[in-house]
Design a protein around this ligand. Structure first.
Ligand code: ADP
Length: 248
């Protein structure tokens, strides 16, 4: 019962592809306003886990409870997104030809058929929300620049801002630090920590320095289930974790 009070509860989730077990009775809980880092070698099941949470992949067995709603594994992707789960893939999908603030406006509006000038007028409420988002993603000074002119890191932040416009309760982020400069990586850790004050964040990451910067509880996946969980120092000292990483 206590587990279903968590924001997200994966209960014994298995995913089998043509006889191959990508997830093997995986159980996991994420609390409200918690940030969790998910690590593990290639093929451990990290992507499959995110696909199950967002409804892209249907598990062979198991359940997923989100914010008291049973059962994500029986819902489609659109319905799950409506419940407040946002996902950031590695490649940013911002609108290059639009300015930073227009990208955020597009994300705020339900209707994206931007065929008239009226579309781009902001209500006072939209202006306020855009300002708050710009502050959060550290792009205030770049609001009038076209997204195409942003650095790789800034584009990633803009896309995070576009996801935040939908006010998700849980944000799933796939390797946010990939391809970033050291400074951008450190800023991204700050940005995510700031988001996690109010929303839950699950970060799949390979870069151990970045995971260290995040300074959050880590879950190590291996062969589709949880191998170890705890602080990065705690899981790094685990013999099975060492074996899995050195044995690659
Ligand atoms: P990770 O993200 O940790 O690298 P994945 O979740 O991508 O791991 O993959 C887990 C395993 O499942 C891999 O061995 C992969 O080849 C396999 N797999 C993933 N998706 C499919 C699919 N659609 N069909 C068949 N096998 C898949």
């Amino acid at each position: 019962q206590a587990l279903t009070q968590s924001l997200l509860y994966l209960d014994n989730v298995s995913v089998v592809f043509d006889g191959f077990r990508a997830l093997n009775a995986l159980s996991l809980t994420i609390e409200e306003a918690e940030m969790r880092a998910i690590i593990g070698p290639n093929g451990a099941g990290k992507t499959t886990m995110m696909d199950v949470i967002t409804g892209k992949t249907r598990p062979t067995k198991g359940e997923a409870v989100f914010a008291g709603v049973h059962d994500l594994t029986k819902m489609d992707e659109a319905a799950i997104a409506q419940l407040g789960i946002g996902r950031k893939f590695q490649t940013p999908t911002v609108f290059d030809m639009h300015t930073v603030e227009d990208n955020l406006l597009l994300a705020l509006k339900e209707d994206r058929r931007a065929f008239s000038n009226i579309y781009w007028r902001r209500t006072p409420h939209e202006k306020e929300r855009i300002d708050a988002l710009l502050e959060r993603i550290r792009l205030k000074d770049h609001r009038l620049r076209k997204a195409a002119e942003l650095s790789h890191g800034q584009k990633q932040w803009l896309e995070i801002g576009m996801l935040l416009a939908q006010e998700p309760r849980l944000l799933l982020v796939d390797e946010p630090a990939a391809g970033m400069t050291d400074q951008e990586t450190a800023d991204t850790a700050d940005l995510l920590r700031d988001i996690a004050k109010t929303q839950s964040v699950v970060v799949v990451e390979h870069d151990m320095q970045f995971v260290r910067d995040l300074d959050v509880k880590v879950t190590v996946l291996h062969e589709g289930s949880v191998l170890a969980e705890g602080s990065l120092d705690h899981v790094s000292a685990n013999e099975r974790v060492i074996e899995v990483y050195l044995g690659r």
